[in-house]
Design a protein around this ligand. Sequence first.
Ligand code: SF4
Ligand code: SF4
Length: 209
Amino acid sequence: MSIFIYLGEFAFAVMILGLLLFSLFSAVEKEWRAFGRSLFVTLGFLFLNALIWMLPYTIRKIILGVFFLFLVLLFMFFIFSPKPKRRIDTKGKKRKIKVFGVQNFCEFCKKCALNCPSHAIPLGEKREENGSLRWIIDREACYEFWRKCGTDCAKCIYVCPYSKPNNLMHKIIRMANSKSTGVQKLSMKGDDFFYGTHPKEKKSLDWTK
Ligand code: SF4
Ligand code: SF4
C-alpha cells in the first residue's frame, strides 16, 4: 500500500483520537454542548474516512496524501506564526506576574466584552489606570446590573476560554497558546465552536423573581 495512504490514515487517526479525548473530558465536566459537538465532528471524520475508502485506489491515495500535507502545513504555520507578546503593560513598576500570553489573546478575543449584559467591559484599547495599561471595567455598570438581577453575574468569567476546567486537554491547548499566535486564533475559534459564542440562558432562581 502507498505511503500516502498510511500517512493520511495516521493524520485521520490523530484527529479522531484527539476529538474523542475532548468528548470524554467534556462529558466528565458535564459540558454537554462541547460533548455533542465534538462527538458530531468525530463521527463526521469517521464518515469522511469511510467515504474515501469507497473511492478508486489512485484517488484515495491523492486525497489522503493531500490531507496529510494540509495538516503538516497547518502545523508549520502554528510553529512559525508570531509568538504572543509576553509582556505586562506597566509604567516603570516591577511586578511579579506569571506571563503566559493571555493579554495577546484578549486583544482579538473580546468574548467577555461581547457577552457582558451591562456593557461594562470595553471592546476598545487599553487605557492607563494606576500606572498600568489595562482594559478598564466600568465597575459601577457591572455592580448596578448585579443589584438589578439580585445576584452576581459572572458571565464574563463563564465564557472566557481561559476559565475552562484545568484538565489535560485544556492544559495542552494553553501551553500551545503561550507559544503561537496562530494556535491562539484557532483555539479561540474552537472555543466558539465547542462551547458556543454565548452561554446558554439559565432559568432565574425563584428567590430572585
Ligand atoms: S459580572 Fe456580568 S455585568 Fe459584570 S463585567 Fe462580568 S459579565 Fe459584565
Ligand atoms: S474572554 Fe477571557 S481571553 Fe477573551 S478577552 Fe475576555 S478575559 Fe480575555
